[in-house]
Design a protein around this ligand. Structure first.
Ligand code: KG4
Ligand code: ZN
Length: 385
């Protein structure tokens, strides 16, 4: 099969990301090359509110998606000035699609009429899960581009993107059954993958997601949003300085017979511990960060181990923003070393947090396997695997 260029679009949460991915091969032997990649993180904007507000995220996506697209196309040498003839009827349709993203239409029109249609064969866009107002920006934009350029647009599951992101490196092979642990700001899931593109969620959090717990504990410690990197930095300092924690936190559901998780109890325990401490010094923060990271990691490892054994999994895939955490990565590497036969697939750090490349990878693999393009695309905030 010859190669094709795929435009990936991700706007599910607080990252606006666009990429041009060159892809070839079928699902058993895919090869990818990033030609252009542009990402804008809204963290600095959301920091002041201590979390992500969907309507603020939407506004920012709408503002940034066009410049990022130009940037990614430019990187890929696919941005060429020129006239594109579009019928008035088509322009009206495009306008209707972009109507709900108010400010987007004028810049879109200016771009589309003055740019040569690039050599792109597929557009893939995150349709869920995520914040619906944010998802809609990417979807409307993708549909408008697809219509203007006559390119198929494939909706893509964000979580599937996290699962398949390690395949960016062609030497990585998945052996089935595989297990994926997805840990992000919105999700904590153990997913059984019996075969290509066949997913079954076998464990999930009953309350907070792991990343959410990191963010909430960081907030209790007056650390900026997002809290994951802050906590992990403090915990790493504590480990380097051989600090031991005087604070003991629970390991919720560690021994429960199922594969579910619960993290809100750890956060509440931190809250109560802090109430007893009149002056929260930098050292106390380090102790709490260390103990929190230990508690979370222990539970994640124990449940993953249980699932690996239950399903005799041959590959373990880790994904989601929390996988950027150095200690968690290290402990999972130890776990896989303990199971000689187990293959561990972890995306590189930049591919662990939200990005468009994983959406292009997942979209391409679905496209070349199923050859199906749906008539319409809807944002699905609670889309599951
Ligand atoms: O996958 P992601 O970028 O967005 C979602 O889909 O949620 O994950 C973001 C989450 C945030 O909760 C953030 O605090 C967490 O990933 N995170 C980390 C680290 N870097 C990001 N958590 C722990 N340690 C880190 N180094
Ligand atoms: Zn994510």
């Amino acid at each position: 099969m010859s190669s094709m260029k795929v435009l990936g679009i991700e706007t599910s949460c607080d990252e606006t990301a666009i990429c041009v991915l060159e892809a070839e091969g079928d699902i058993n032997n895919p090869q990818f090359k990033i030609l252009g990649n542009a990402l804008f993180s809204q963290v600095k904007i959301h920091e002041q509110y201590g979390g992500v507000f969907p309507m603020v995220a939407k506004r920012e996506h709408a503002k940034n998606i066009m410049p990022l697209t130009k940037h990614a196309l430019g990187n890929a040498k696919l941005l060429t000035a020129g006239k594109l003839e579009l019928s008035a009827e088509k322009l009206e349709k495009i306008k209707a699609i972009l109507e709900r993203e108010q400010d987007l239409y004028p810049v879109f029109e200016e771009f589309i009429l003055n740019t040569v249609k690039p050599d792109i064969e597929l557009i893939t866009v995150t349709s869920g899960p995520g914040l619906e107002p944010a998802l809609w920006v990417g979807i409307s934009f993708a549909r408008a581009l697809g219509l203007a350029w006559d390119i198929p647009v494939l909706p893509t599951n964000h979580m599937e993107g996290h699962v398949l992101s390690p395949l960016l490196h062609s030497q990585e092979k998945i052996e089935f059954p595989a297990l994926a642990l997805l840990i992000s700001g919105g999700h904590t899931e153990l997913v059984l993958i019996k075969n290509w593109l066949e997913y079954e969620v076998i464990g999930r959090t009953r309350d907070d997601a792991v990343g959410e717990a990191f963010d909430k504990v960081a907030r209790l410690l007056s650390l900026p949003y997002p809290g994951g990197p802050e906590i992990s930095r403090l915990a790493a300092d504590a480990r380097a300085e051989k600090v031991t924690s005087s604070i003991i936190l629970p390991r919720p559901m560690l021994k429960s017979p199922d594969l579910d998780f619960s993290f809100s109890g750890i956060k509440t325990a931190v809250l109560y511990a802090l109430k007893k401490i009149p002056d929260v010094s930098e050292n106390i923060k380090k102790e709490i960060a260390l103990e929190f990271e230990n508690a979370v990691t222990e539970v994640l490892i124990a449940k993953t181990k249980k699932a690996l054994e239950l399903y005799n999994a041959k590959t373990l895939i880790l994904g989601g923003g929390v996988i950027a955490n150095a200690y968690i990565r290290q402990e999972f590497k130890k776990l896989s070393a303990d199971y000689g036969e187990l293959k561990l697939l972890i995306p590189e750090i930049a591919m662990s947090t939200d990005n468009a490349v994983m959406i292009a990878i997942a979209g391409y693999l679905n496209y070349v396997t199923k050859h199906a393009i749906p008539e319409t695309i809807k944002a699905q905030g609670n889309l599951s695997l």
